[in-house]
Design a protein around this ligand. Structure first.
Ligand SMILES: [Zn+2]
Length: 125
């Protein structure tokens, strides 16, 4: 759900650019940054507000998996839902990266910009 840019920025900064559900670094690439969403813990459709206390930073994948989950009204319930979806076979980012590298004919250990994250340039959440 879209919020105004000031609110989006407040949530992004508070959550330090990490998806609160899966922990993916949304500053990893420009594409990841552009796909960063804000999730309403209590959906607007059931009375949730745009107050930052009701919002968490979410990657596109996590936010999409929560799109029909207005009945989940706490962060913990929503996080459990995301984790359950992943347990059903939602591939990890590392597996997706590996699969795409193979598809592109790259070696699995080839260097990509994700290595910047492993250099300690950013603190973990
Ligand atoms: Zn996520």
């Amino acid at each position: 759900m879209v919020v105004d840019s000031n609110t989006w920025r407040q949530v992004f900064d508070r959550d330090r650019g990490y998806c609160r559900y899966c922990g993916v670094d949304l500053l990893l690439t420009f594409s990841a940054y552009c796909s960063a969403d804000v999730d309403h813990i209590i959906a607007r459709s059931v009375g949730g507000s745009d107050d930052v206390a009701n919002l968490v930073l979410a990657c596109r994948g996590c936010n999409s998996s929560l799109s029909r989950s207005a009945h989940l009204k706490t962060f913990e319930e929503r996080k459990s839902h995301v984790e359950a979806q992943r347990a059903k076979g939602w591939p990890s980012y590392a597996k997706l990266l590996e699969a795409h590298r193979k598809g592109f004919g790259l070696q699995s250990n080839s260097t990509v910009e994700t290595d910047a994250r492993n250099s300690g340039a950013r603190d973990s959440p």
